[in-house]
Design a protein around this ligand. Sequence first.
Ligand code: SF4
Ligand code: SF4
Length: 395
Amino acid sequence: MEFSKIKFAALCLTHNCNLRCTYCYTGKKLKKSMNFETARRAVDFLCDNSDRSCIVTFFGGEPLLAFDLMKEIVAYCHLEHKGKIKFRMSTNGTLLNQDTLAYLKEKEIYFVLSIDGSEEQHNKTRRYLCDTGSYRSAVRLLDEIFEFNPYTPAVSVVVPETAIYLASGVQDLLTKGFHYILQTLDYSAQWREKHIKLLREQYKKLSHHYYEKILNGVKIYYSPFDERIKTHAQKRYDNGDLCDLANSQIAIAASGRIYPCVQFIGTDNQWHQKHSIGDVFNGFDDSRRRYYIEQNYSEKKSCSGCALEGRCATYCGCVNWRATGQLNHIPPIICEHERMLMPIVDRLANKLWSKNSELFKRKFYEKTFPISSYIEDCMVRKGRRDAADSKDQEL
Ligand code: SF4
Ligand code: SF4
């Protein structure tokens, strides 16, 4: 078996975090951070094992707690590996300030912001150590964030206790100015029949909202709908499409140990180390790496013959692993969720198709849509800026 070159890597800068989210999978928060020597070896390793370029996401814990290290890594790469690595970040947003934002902007380090939905929803799960909600600090710089990158995605996780807020939470994020919402359930939570019923109602409600927006030409991306429409309109998932853990995407712990994906790092203790596939000092352990890739690519027996095979979210091995302990065993909640959601999404897509929605057709059937849409948006923004400038001059 031939291994892929690395395309995506998450660099866990620290195991520490200022929040204690209820669904966090990174384990106990420890004041354990990567040192510069390990970081240097990590980026050298990534450059040696990737083709032309590699996307590296600063991860944690909360990576902004290791902001100085982040700056050192970026400076080192600029000197030694210019243009080879593109940096990204996943942050809870609470530690962003004008200085960090200016730096991220200067270095073009785009990031995703973890915001679950409305204030009430977010504060149920994303809380400080002192047990207060983190919503206000997470959203306080949204104007500046969108000024830097209007496409900044909100990453939202839904747990059984917040299922009731799903529709209003997404609407709230759209009102706040997010265009991209990446949402997932916490599949390892205790989901019961009543929660699935609740989710069905919430998705239905949201599908009306999505319908109106798309029909009116408002560009939004909501992953639970968009991804499932895509697998109908374009192509079904194949192995590695959703998740190519241990192969073209890996994660590196603060210690320098390499893991198949961030979900395996935890606190990087003895138990987690069983899942390590090498380290940045000695390279990959090929047989361990091969084991995880083969497991991830292997047949999902319970799905064989199902009409939704290739359309549902069973292709994310780490999600399966977290919920069942096996990369190719599908947790019942995924199956139930997909069977409930897919008909809602398909009905929504059929309605937009039969209404001849121009945006819907461009979005899902035009290959050049991401580029043409981006150019359009830039022109609209430029138009707005010019209008504001000429108004200023008049005054
Ligand atoms: S902000 Fe991220 S790392 Fe910190 S507790 Fe929440 S989910 Fe975990
Ligand atoms: S709906 Fe269930 S059985 Fe069908 S592909 Fe999805 S997880 Fe497998």
